[in-house]
Design a protein around this ligand. Sequence first.
Ligand code: ZN
Length: 271
Amino acid sequence: MITSTSQGDILIDFDNEEVVGIKLSGGMDSAIVFYMVCKHIQENNLQTAILLMTVDKPGHGSSNSDFAKKVLYWMKQNFPTVKILSHQLDKAPDTAEDWATAPNMDWARREPVDEWIYHQEKQIYETHQHTPFNIYFTGITNNPPEEVYSQFYNSKEELLEGPDDIRSSSHPITIEHPYFLDTDGYWHLGRTNNPEVKQGEMICINLLAHVDKIAVAELYDKFNLRQRLLPNTRSCENDDPVLTNNFTTHCNTECWWCHERHWGLGNQNKY
Ligand SMILES: [Zn+2]
């Protein structure tokens, strides 16, 4: 399936995969990836099953899994013939002590990566060990242009911090993702010659790596999802439980990700 946007085409071209994975965060990007993968499977009458993986972010309650479940429910209603396997849910460590003792991991140019990233990787590897898949999709987008995010201020007129170069157009859309479990019990990116060790190979497809939120909003409009799928997603990354009604709503003006969402969707959007 090819879908055009003003920033380039989005191509999904698998046809005989038994299972494909999707990292589903509950945000608008991974939700549209999930939608397009379902649409591709349905339109081509594929037998491929989808395996969803979600990790709750420390200090953010169960927001990611709650919104991922809403997105999943919506998708099941709209694609009843698409096979979806049991949703893999996990939670990253909440306490500072847990974070301090977890290892860093070098993954796909993100260096150093933090334990939040590690936990997501761990979930993918452990899921892959019991239900193998050749490819999995993510919904990581490119950042807005600098002249846009340099205007992301909160209500106190402080400039907000975003993901900087973590999300960059220099990241490839397709990345080889081999992994193994080391003798200390930690997962690593890479290959090992030791046949005794748990290991695997897969391909990560960052389907939206070459586009930003403007193009993602175009996808929502193209498929007429702005009033349907979009309200089931949440993009806010604010740590404040009060401003976010305990991580159930957007803070709207106080975090970088809410600004990015507003920018992409246009100011007329009221979630
Ligand atoms: Zn926010």
